[in-house]
Design a protein around this ligand. Sequence first.
Ligand code: 4NP
Length: 152
Amino acid sequence: MTRILFVCLGNICRSPMAEFIMKDLIEKEGISGRFFIESAATSGEEIGNPVYPPARRELSRHGISCGGKTARKMQKSDYERFDLLVGMEESNLRRMRTICGGDPDGKIVRLLDFTDRPADIDDPWYTGDFSTAWKEILRGCEGLLAYTNKGV
Ligand code: 4NP
């Protein structure tokens, strides 16, 4: 069982998109039972709120539902609960390390570092570009899936 927590600032745009894209990829491969996947925020701003409508629409355009998901804040205890804690950009990783009191096991990683073009994923909350966010997150999740298929 591979346990993955996707993390962004608000947990209403990028990390829930990553959560439901990854769930869709593993469902299509018939390997859902091998994973436990959630998403969380580094900030408390949006706690309890549903996925931001433009992010929800982008998922839905690709046949993916995210119904029932509400934002939650990442906890220090998540460090033990998950094998990989996957942030969207460097600033997420810094805040994740602060919440966890460090990263002794090297579990805190950046999504696009699983691709051949490592980079931050710009926050569509600010850019308004949910289609680019979709493409980048999908590319990252495909790379992450290939990595986990080799055995985390
Ligand atoms: P996310 O986007 O980190 O991709 O979920 C954001 C959503 C909300 C806020 C910031 C970023 N906010 O400040 O409320």
